[in-house]
Design a protein around this ligand. Structure first.
Ligand code: IPD
Ligand code: CA
Ligand code: CA
Length: 252
């Protein structure tokens, strides 16, 4: 499979993202959890195109929800990561596409249509931004870094404890960032803009592609307990350049 062919396909999502009228067609899925016509149009488009090119590969997309996959190989898509940002024209949302084979992500693409940036990785081959290799930061301690955080806005029962974590990380690091698109948070860890990222609950489509980006760029991704992430369920996530991972987990 040629990753450049898949990237070319994913980049076609830009035309949908530019449609501000459709970004205004909003349905509410839950507390602060929305889906716009742009999300569903991108998922429909990419699932159709991928299925027709690779009929043997199954498809898991956010807008059809988590379900059991019967096969070993499937695409895992977040058509728009950062839907709330998209609704507010905050210009910080991405398309995130991963390929899962036998329980492992083997290909990850995070496409930022606002900056026309493509982050991508294949297992064992490193991570790239627009064709150039990227690496995690070389910070040795939290005090040398900024850390991006996620607030799991759809699960408000997690808020109080999470804001305590955020405060502790803020106290020990240079600063924190809350940007609103987890897949892009992971891409920023991969290219060394931040030293790490954490969020108490994410779904597999949020982290599938970004997790491979971080690992292939030399970093580390686990849950808050230091265990590997499970691609079939929601869970906590801590990503870092590796060097500060233990310090970060100690706080979480
Ligand atoms: C959300 C974004 C957000 C994160 C949420 C995610 P969505 O994804 O990644 O940054 O805090 O936990 O669910 O709903 O915009 O695809
Ligand atoms: Ca998402
Ligand atoms: Ca989404």
């Amino acid at each position: 499979m040629d990753i450049q062919e898949i990237i070319a396909l994913v980049k076609k999502a830009r035309a949908f993202v530019e449609n501000r009228e459709k970004a205004g067609h909003i349905k509410t899925k839950g507390r602060a959890d929305y889906v716009t016509q742009v999300d569903t149009d991108i998922q429909e488009f990419l699932s159709r195109e991928l299925r027709s090119r690779f009929p043997d590969i199954q498809f898991l997309g956010e807008e059809e929800g988590l379900h059991e996959m019967s096969g070993d190989v499937y695409w895992i898509l977040d058509p728009i990561d950062g839907t709330t940002n998209l609704i507010h024209d905050f210009q910080h949302s991405v398309v995130s596409l991963g390929l899962c084979e036998k329980g492992k992500i083997t290909m990850g693409i995070v496409y930022d249509p606002f900056r026309e940036d493509v982050y991508y990785a294949q297992r064992g081959q490193g991570s790239f931004l627009n064709g150039s290799p990227i690496h995690v930061s070389d910070a040795e301690t939290l005090s040398e870094t900024i850390i991006s955080v996620g607030t799991s806005p759809y699960d408000r029962e997690l808020t109080a404890k999470n804001f305590q974590r955020i405060q502790r990380v803020f106290d020990l690091s240079q600063d924190i960032r809350r940007m609103g698109a987890a897949a892009l948070d992971l891409a920023y860890v991969a290219c060394g803009r931040t030293g790490g990222f954490f969020e108490p609950r994410l779904s597999p489509w949020d982290f599938a592609a970004g997790m491979l980006l971080v690992e292939e760029a030399g970093g580390q991704v686990t849950d808050f307990a230091g265990e590997p992430l499970n691609l079939s369920k929601k869970g906590s996530i801590a990503a870092s350049n590796g060097k500060i991972h233990e310090e970060l987990l100690g706080i979480l």
